[in-house]
Design a binder for this molecule. Sequence first.
Ligand code: ADP
Ligand code: MG
Length: 274
Amino acid sequence: MLEVDGLTKSFGTNTAVDNVTFSVARPAMIGIIGASGAGKSTLLRILNRMTDATAGRVTVEGKEVTALRGAQKRAWQSDCAMIFQQFNLVPRMDVVGNVLHGTLNARSTLATMFNLFPAADIHRAIDILDRLGIADHAPKRAESLSGGQQQRVAIARALMQDPRMILADEPIASLDPMNAQIVMDALRRIHDEDGRMVIANLHTLDTARRYCDRVIGMRAGRVVFDGTPEQLTTGVARDIYGAGASFSEDSTSTAIESLDRGEARALREAEAAV
Ligand SMILES: Nc1ncnc2c1ncn2[C@@H]1O[C@H](COP(=O)(O)OP(=O)(O)O)[C@@H](O)[C@H]1O
Ligand SMILES: [Mg+2]
């Protein structure tokens, strides 16, 4: 369903994404790993058309995404929602308002100006928040929530667009291990239950191994690994990160492994009961 072919992005003499080619046959949960500066964010931004490629193309179900213009480009952007490390919520706006922002592409300027949301959209927003275990926070200001809760609001906003694909740029890099697990569990569940493709840039190996069906490793703009979590051995990881003998798995670990799923579920339920 997704074909990335010879994708390249240069900034002056610096090639951020260098001839990247891969294809995905059916919706999967894909992790992209690599050292800082490897080109992970630039790749996601090209997929979403926030950035234009210098060369190459992206095709989704036969449609050339990299060639879309105007309304078709905007339609694609709402079909592949983005989630960021820093959540990118409107801090002073309430949670449900932030989620409803996920429908803005589809609404008239006038309705947007007056913050008029159809009742059906409001109900849907609450349902999505409920699914993520944070419906009780709907009337609160986004800024009053914890990081893990804010990232779930951002996921809810993305789901409001009913996207075919979710692109997450280091979604757990600012979270503690417990919240990192809750957010990754939510993304995995959205993939499993809705069949949406998830592509996540991840800064830690253990997260990629635990949650993803397939891992793509980037180094200096190029794909240097593309395989299953089982194939992602410590030796392969050392190549991807280019860290030589000093490479340590600990430096790329979120310590999510140390939490069991029951513990995270208990926290979620405790939060929902507040
Ligand atoms: N807007 C930009 N202008 C100039 N250089 C950029 C820009 N965005 C990214 N780069 C460069 O492209 C390379 C890849 O960056 P990035 O995609 O952010 O990597 P990663 O997300 O893996 O850390 C880096 O060398 C970075 O400095
Ligand atoms: Mg990045």
